[in-house]
Ligand binder design. Structure first.
Ligand code: CP
Ligand code: NVA
Length: 328
């Protein structure tokens, strides 16, 4: 498998074999890290990390992974560069492409990261856009494989806002890998019809399936994985909170939803999660709408089925695999 020189912009661009290769490479690199085997084979290279939205996991994963591979990093924060304000994406891409072997971009529209990739002349990795979150996919599927021992035939249920980056990317990835993907939410939050039909055609080839349902019972019945994400994503206006709470509260991941699933069900979340009142936004929402927890209850988040911190750790191993495969 040769992915050298490739961009990593969205899951649509990759075949099932390529995705599986990246999952397996992540597992290999994870093992090396655990055993203390040095793997700094990319010494002498440097990568630029552009973050127009905030991040804990993705930024730290890119920095630690680059360091482990022997590479240097430059972090460009939302305010500290000329990007977008004084310099176009195309010009920025051509400048950074002269200095760095690879560029990570987290920001708004998918078109921006695609434009960056078009002009950079070096691999560009999407660290999250409104439409997709591909590096999260490799970590998530590695986690499912570690916990359940397989991907094919796994019933993977996504609850909440399935129209955004996480819902879109999980649907496409699961369909390509032969999983039974279910978007379990109010019809308004189903993924875009064109993407659903693409995912269904991929599922037909892989032996998987794509189902959209408004019924929690039907959606969660015999589930192997139940996944959710925040109800309001980065960059969305505060005004949408009220509507989201009203419309998505029935799709909160709670014990009742888990009871429909298999006993072996795992709960996943890309994080950060609103499961208690220990955050500023969590407290604000509590004061305004009286909710103690949002997309997932504290009971489920902290419970025996939750694998969210193993999943978060896997972000680092899988981002390392993406950089290594495209740069080595
Ligand atoms: N899951 C994820 O992308 O987390 P961060 O926003 O902290 O990077
Ligand atoms: N949908 C979330 C994902 C965070 C990792 C957001 O875009 O804010």
């Amino acid at each position: 498998m040769d992915l050298k020189g490739r961009n990593f912009l969205k899951m649509k661009d990759f075949t099932a074999e390529e995705i599986e290769y990246l999952i397996n490479l992540s597992a290999e690199l994870k093992e090396k890290k655990k055993k203390g085997i040095l793997h700094d084979e990319l010494r002498g290279k440097n990568v630029a990390l552009i973050f127009e939205k905030t991040s804990t996991r993705t930024r730290c994963s890119f920095e630690v992974a680059a360091h482990d591979l022997g590479m240097g990093t430059t972090y460009l924060d939302p305010k500290g560069s000329q990007i977008g304000k004084k310099e176009s994406i195309a010009d920025t891409a051509r400048v950074l492409g002269r200095m760095y072997e690879g560029i990570e971009y987290r920001g708004f529209g998918q078109d921006i990261v695609e434009e960056l990739a078009k002009y950079a002349g070096v691999p560009v990795w999407n660290g999250l856009t409104n439409e997709s979150h591909p590096t999260q996919m490799i970590a998530d599927m590695l986690t499912v494989k570690e916990k359940l021992g397989k991907l094919k035939g796994v019933k993977f249920v996504y609850m909440g806002d399935a129209r955004y980056n996480m819902g879109n990317s999980l649907m496409v990835t699961a369909a390509k890998l032969g999983m039974d993907f279910v978007a379990c939410t109010s019809a308004k939050y189903f993924p875009d019809a064109e993407l659903v039909s693409y995912a269904k055609s991929e599922a037909e080839k892989s032996g998987g399936s794509v189902t959209l349902t408004e019924s929690v019972e039907e959606g969660c019945k015999d589930a192997d994985v139940i996944y959710t994400d925040v109800w309001v994503s980065m960059g969305e206006p505060d005004e949408v909170w009220e509507e989201r709470i009203r419309e998505l509260k029935p799709y909160q991941v709670n014990q009742k939803a888990l009871d429909y699933a298999k006993d072996s069900v795992i709960f996943m979340h890309c994080l950060p999660a609103f499961h208690d009142l220990k955050t500023t936004i969590g407290k604000e929402i509590h004061d305004k709408f009286g909710l103690d927890e949002m997309e997932v209850t504290d009971e489920v988040f902290e419970g025996a089925h939750s694998v969210v911190f193993d999943e978060a750790e896997n972000r680092m191993h899988s981002i390392k695999a993406v950089m290594y495969a495209t740069l080595k």
